[in-house]
Design a protein around this ligand. Structure first.
Ligand code: DP6
Length: 362
């Protein structure tokens, strides 16, 4: 893949010091990314809803320094040295595309809207917020960047930090991964889904049920690695491509029954991959399974097109159109919260994407 367009080639003098401030959302995949190769490239295209309430705010302070890129990280104002290796690795990966970074030291102030211990991955929103801050710094060197170039390279850089972070820059439905027939699609960055989308999907709800708030049982690096040599890998990557094709008419027509079928099948296949890898992982908890069963029974009796999706963990994302909220949310409260850790859940919905925050002080 030709990455040349992302290599910074502008002036090499920039600000002595300053700060930039961005908010980036989390996202929930409908077609899952599971399996990668090379420099953070996906084995299949994926598609996600951008979220709104779950986000990371990052304020990046930069100051000219000797060339060793010192990094300090503060989470909610407190020093968080355990985050530093991951952020340093991210900066090292960004360096070939932003050589001016070498001259700076960084202080990263970060805040997640959701608790760190919630089991919700903060890497997508966190890496996207940081990538957007780096692009703001690039803009101080070369102010001529168009809005499109800015967002595309931000997604490109975010991907280097965490694959799913490539889908946390734009709002609505975001596609990451080259796919024939989907114009502008790329393995290198995420783009707004380029096809027609029915308005019902513009304000879809996602109630996130926090079944287990522990550390992730399988890290994403180990997880994606499980697909190398997996007996079903080829069929799975092909299935993801087919599901993306099948989702096209479903999204265009607002076919909610078709949506339910595809989204649940993707979630269960993701877990099926982990159940059948070597080593294998059972990431659902008894509470997860109870929720899935109750949700399917409710859908059958009520007729509301509510469905679930899952990440690589025990938590459940309950997806439903805004018009079903009055029936679905009371059901969640009465029947599903008992399976959550201390009843914890987050009411989220589709959001509009990352935004620059005031108060950077630069
Ligand atoms: C199950 O983006 O966390 O959430 O690229 O190694 O950082 P890395 O992986 P990551 O993987 C997310 C996998 C998933 C599915 C998805 O979001 O598409």
């Amino acid at each position: 893949m030709d990455m040349k367009e992302f290599v910074y080639q502008g002036p090499d003098t920039g600000p002595e010091q300053g700060a930039v401030h961005w908010e980036a959302p989390s996202n929930i995949a409908l077609v899952k990314y599971w399996g990668k190769h090379g420099n953070q490239l996906p084995m299949n295209p994926s598609l996600s809803f951008t979220l709104d309430a779950c986000h990371t705010r990052t304020r990046l302070e930069f100051f000219q320094s000797g060339g060793s890129m010192p990094v300090e990280v503060l989470l909610d104002g407190q020093p968080a040295p355990s985050f530093e290796p991951k952020i340093r690795q991210f900066l090292e990966r960004a360096l070939p595309f932003q050589p001016f970074l070498k001259g700076y030291g960084f202080r990263v102030h970060t805040h997640n809207s959701f608790p760190h211990s919630s089991g919700i991955a903060s890497s997508a929103s966190g890496m996207a917020a940081l990538a957007l801050c780096l692009m703001d710094l690039e803009r101080l060197f070369a102010p001529g960047l168009s809005a499109g170039q800015f967002r595309r390279k931000a997604s490109f850089l975010a991907r280097l930090g965490s694959g799913s972070a490539a889908r946390s820059v734009d709002g609505g439905l975001v596609l990451w991964g080259t796919h024939p027939g989907l114009e502008g699609s790329s393995d290198a960055y995420g783009v707004p889904y380029p096809e027609k989308v029915h308005p019902v999907f513009q304000d879809y709800h996602d109630t996130i049920l926090l079944v287990d708030k522990g550390e992730k049982a399988v890290s994403s690096t180990v997880g994606h690695g499980l697909m190398d040599g997996h007996p079903f890998a080829g069929a799975r990557f092909e299935q993801a491509r087919q599901n993306l094709d099948r989702l096209g008419p479903v999204l265009a027509a607002g076919d909610l029954d078709g949506f339910v079928d595809l989204v649940e099948s993707e979630a269960l296949t993701l877990h099926a991959m982990m159940l059948s890898s070597s080593p294998s992982f059972i990431l659902m908890k008894p509470g997860t399974l109870a929720i899935l069963e109750k949700l399917r029974a409710f859908r059958k009796t009520s007729g509301h097109p509510v469905c679930f999706t899952l990440d690589a963990g025990a938590n459940v994302h309950v997806l439903y159109p805004a018009a079903s909220r009055e029936a679905v949310y009371p059901f969640i409260q009465e029947a599903l919260l008992e399976h959550c850790h201390q009843g914890h859940h987050i009411c989220d919905r589709v959001g509009r994407g990352a935004r620059r925050l005031a108060g950077a002080g630069s």
